[in-house]
Design a protein around this ligand. Sequence first.
Ligand code: DGL
Length: 268
Amino acid sequence: MSDPRPIGVFDSGLGGLSVLREIGARLPQESMLYVADSGFAPYGEKSQDFIRERSLKIAHFLLEQGAKALVLACNTATAAAAATLRERWPDVPLIAMEPAVKPAAAATRGGVVGVLATTGTLASARFAALLDNFAHDVKVVTRPGVGLVEFVERGDFDSPALRTLLHSHLQPLLDDGADVVVLGCTHYVFLREQVEAIVGPSVAVIDTGGAVAAHLQRRLLSADLLAPATQVAAPLRVWTSGDPQQTAQSIASLLGSTPAIETLPDAL
Ligand code: DGL
């Protein structure tokens, strides 16, 4: 059994494309739909209710477009909305994501893990539970990456202003002795090179995009929902609540491709 329908992926903006890229590499035969809620980004400083509301609307939209499964490619929205979405659509596979605390705890040699994530993620009950479950034997130091999402949304990955801001977020983690830094927001994955340049080769930088793609593959396999092995994926469809032209430019530099960008319906 197989299922040719597309996978729906969404995020507060363009960060989730870092997850979509991993899914495309692992499951090249799968067609994908992507919603960038850039008109409402960043989610990091918004209320949980607001994010839940947006996530419900976007998930509904993607299911209406024929998605067979959903990937919530946003740590912040996972913390606020994953449980609600699962309750609302119990039969739809929903892959959500959270900062890579578990692998980081296993990887640290010095016993200190740094987590760079949004304010919303770090303040969430879900993150507290993650620390309870997986960070008993290590010290976890956190830093809200305030302002970074806006740079990625603008397509600015390497300006002096970005590097200065990144430095100001990473230095406190290094000062606390972190030898592993978790990129706990999908937008930050696009800043990996700059992060690595700042923290240096003795600090490992990790994220969960690859693990999410692997998890999605297992879920689709067990639900008999993988696309036929011979399927040629349809061109990526992208909707945004932000500026379509800016979105097109940023996607071209992030993915090196130029999909047509559609505007999310006003009702959303
Ligand atoms: N990309 C998102 C995440 O993974 C949210 C960024 C934001 O909108 O603040 O947390």
